[in-house]
Ligand binder design. Sequence first.
Ligand SMILES: [Zn+2]
Length: 196
Amino acid sequence: MMKNRLILLDNGHGEETVGKRSPVLQDGSQLFEYEFNRDIVKRITKTLDKEKIEYVVLVPELKDISLAERVKRANAHHAECGKHTCLISVHANAGGGTGFEVFTSVDQTKSDEFAQIMFDCFKEEFPEQKMRSDRLDGDDDKESNFYILKNTNCPAMLTESFFMDNLQDLKILMSENGRSRIARAHVNAIKKIVKL
Ligand SMILES: [Zn+2]
């Protein structure tokens, strides 16, 4: 019997570098990416526990863990677990724009197949939002030599769920409903990916 795939969840950035952050709102609140990434990963793992889907959270610490160390951990789990894995690095976007996008490393690999599933699950969960895609290579994911995508030995993707410097997107990122939808889209994709 084929064993289900192990999901490696990377919640990126620690409290020292915090990653990207939103502008400060009128009520004084502000979104920090490290908090968002961790909260989404926590929500994902709650459902994966219920669904009995195996996962590893790559960064249980609150502090910053270097990309090199995160890749080392991912590759160690991949080597040790004796079955297929898939890494999902969870982020929120900044830099001007709106919507969702998912990255894989350059070239067509298994990562592209899995990233397309993630893209489709977000499209289904957020039909009213912009889906940012690059169709030049025939699929919807964007490709980039991000360190964590390029250096991991397993299929890997990086999700950028909405822009924290866009007030419309920020409402999604800071609301209970928005966060549960973002987590649900991830879980729906994971439920398909673990069987492949
Ligand atoms: Zn990030």
